[in-house]
Design a protein around this ligand. Sequence first.
Ligand code: C5P
Length: 322
Amino acid sequence: MTGVTVRVPAKLNLQLAVGPPRADGYHDLVTVFHAVSLFDEVTAQPAKRDGVTVTGEGADRVPSDQDNLALRAVAALRTAVAGPGVDTSGVHITIAKRIPVAAGLAGGSADAAAALVACNELWDGGLSQSKLLEVGARVGSDVAFALLGGTAVGRGRGEQLTPALAPATQYHWVLGFADGHLSTPEVYAALDRLRAASADGAGGPAQARPAQAGPAEPDLDAALMSALRSGEARLVGRALSNDLQPAALSLFPSLRKTLAAGLELGALGALVAGSGPTCVFLAASADRALDLAVSLSGAGVCRSVARVTGPVAGAAVVPPSK
Ligand code: C5P
């Protein structure tokens, strides 16, 4: 076999509710993941030793050593499938990026998920989807969702997934890519600081609330779930929410202008994607998305724009062309 290519989508969070920091440094979440039609392509080929090459959008910001999340996924899969008769020799991973790096769209996790699917095929590892989800969850919080795709509720660090039951509505999104990046751990840390500051400034006795307290248990938004069940974009647009948004805006204040511009131009809803700095806008139809994309680029409030649809399927092998 010469190589296996896997196509994997970016994700949006239609809701991202963040609890207080846990002892392990992560935050418990309740999130509604939504996979959209912006894809990276990841190819695994037999090689003497593991390695990675990255091309395309933001390639120079992606580590090409063992820190690369796709290579960490390869190592995790090798451990999981090791056994007599399974040849898990070296692989070279080639990542063709279209999902911008450090943009809140889980591009790194997507590449890790794609590497899992590609190597499982290349090595004939035989791992089931649920086994791959387990291995993926160990590699990163968003990897499992990139395997699953669609629209799903995530809990825990985001790795415990339940597919959302919703009609087959296709939503039309416009993404506004920022001229800059945000680091996910820094955005979570900024949220903890904002929450600690507002708890301190709340006037109550300092000992009444532990420092850095957020909501004890993040909750799934019933209004968003009912909007998704109705399939009405207008209701979904109104129910979009992201607890990380104030933190992302504090680190990247110009995003306020981008979000406001999109709403003024007729978006049904607007929010920062995950930890940012990409801005996400929901449009009423494919035509409205085109209008919005053209106007947003004209307004000069982002580096570039893309139109995508969702939900789409998770990481999947691209059949070899004949
Ligand atoms: O799991 P992943 O490597 O994608 O997470 C990146 C960083 O984002 C973590 O190191 C942590 O700082 C932050 N994070 C978090 N809570 C989560 C997910 C991520 O604090 N549920």
